[in-house]
Ligand binder design. Structure first.
Ligand SMILES: [Zn+2]
Ligand SMILES: [Zn+2]
Length: 397
């Protein structure tokens, strides 16, 4: 061996060492292939229910002309299936149980009434949605503690906590690890939700399977007589029950099934109760029949997936709807849907390693909502949005 060869060998060895040293770091959190995922639930065994998830009655101090009986009668008249009255818990020192829930008017034969409240804290607002009464006082009492303490109480209570109007004043200033959904569409004023949508996409992109939902946050009802009017009475004509409307695909017509559907993300949001529902489906195995819907999560196979967006309900056959597809937080493509049953289809191949999600937003003409006529102009051309279809989202995240 010549000196030259030895030097060369040492050099190569040295190079190898440095390469190995760089590669020695293994990130235990790096995306890797997942094991089998739970099967997707039935696409047909269930019922679409429309509801309102953020609404204040007279038990909120700044609410006017809005007793529960009025809210229920109105909701019934516009076909609302489920409702959560979310009064400010701080207005009753956390005792929602002996105020909103104890109101003799808090009952309905036709509408599924969820138990909940708006958790109104220094660090922000969140709604609770529960099929049965729970100890809200405990959640109220813990509001100023560290997230780790709050999170433990949320878990113990077994409640679905949801982040409200997450940007701006009263944003949700807690960890998103303790919520199952986020209010991506607050009130009839669609345009003010841009930052909420941005936060949602950030949470989704980081691996959180977080349901997007709506809520009118209406505080004011229509006065019976002109002398009962307040300075905010005009709001009832522009923002009330169903602006926007949150649709859930529930396994049955029960409060628990509504909460479960919210948690699972089989949810879309539309400008009002009469707007066409946005349905987002996928044919995962390309056998020609749809086998996933929004909220569902499946393993990416490396083969292309066929997607379908359809509008169901009161569509205007002469109108064109714009369908914006968002993939992993970025614009993917824009399509036009028209005709009696507007629908579009597209194909894409989700990555086999790492997460992918797709969601859609639909713009077009507003379906009239004569009961809340001012809402149509406020919602602009926003018709509705879907929840994502997920690939490779780790259920143990
Ligand atoms: Zn609020
Ligand atoms: Zn509110």
């Amino acid at each position: 061996m010549t000196t030259h060869t030895i030097v060369l060998s040492l050099l190569i060895l040295g190079l190898n060492f440095s390469t190995q040293a760089q590669n020695a770091h293994v990130n235990p959190w790096a995306p890797m292939e997942l094991g089998a995922l739970p099967p997707v639930a039935s696409l047909t065994d269930g019922v679409w229910l429309k509801g309102e998830l953020h609404l204040h009655s007279r038990h909120s101090k700044e609410s006017s002309n809005n007793p529960i009986s009025k809210i229920l009668a109105f909701s019934k008249s516009v076909g609302i299936d489920y409702l959560c009255i979310t009064d400010h818990d701080n207005h009753v020192d956390g005792d929602v149980e002996h105020n909103t829930w104890a109101d003799p008017e808090f009952r309905s034969d036709s509408i599924l009434l969820l138990y909940g409240a708006e958790w109104t804290t220094t660090r922000g607002h969140g709604n609770v949605f529960s099929a049965r009464p729970y100890d809200h006082q405990r959640l109220y009492d813990v509001r100023d503690q560290r997230d780790v303490v709050v999170g433990a109480i949320v878990k113990e209570l077994g409640i679905h906590l949801s982040a409200n109007h997450p940007s701006g004043k009263d944003h949700f200033g807690y960890s998103y690890d303790m919520v199952k959904s986020i209010e991506v569409w607050n009130s009839a004023i669609w345009s003010k939700n841009a930052n909420a949508i941005m936060i949602w996409d950030d949470m989704l992109s980081s691996g959180r399977k977080l349901t997007g939902r709506g809520g009118s946050d209406a505080h004011h009802g229509t006065p019976e007589t002109p002398d009962k009017a307040t300075k905010n009475s005009y709001q009832a004509r522009a923002n009330y029950v169903g602006t926007p409307t949150t649709w859930v695909f529930a396994t049955k017509r029960t409060s628990q099934a509504v909460v479960d559907a919210l948690t699972n993300g089989r949810v879309c949001v539309t400008a009002n109760p009469f707007a066409p529902r946005v349905e987002f489906l996928a044919d995962w195995d390309q056998d020609g029949k749809m086998d996933m819907m929004m909220g569902d999560n499946a393993k990416a196979t490396g083969k292309p997936v066929r997607f379908r967006v359809q509008l169901t309900g009161n569509t205007n056959p002469d109108s064109a709807y714009t369908v914006n597809v968002i993939k992993n937080g970025n614009p993917f493509n824009t399509y036009t849907a028209k005709g009696k049953t507007p629908a579009v289809e597209f194909t894409d191949t989700p990555a086999t390693i790492g997460r992918t999600y797709y969601r859609v937003e639909v713009q077009g003409p507003q379906t009239p909502y004569p009961q809340v006529p001012g809402s149509m102009a406020l919602s602009g051309n926003m018709v509705g949005l879907s929840n994502p279809i997920y690939f490779n989202f780790d259920p143990n995240f």
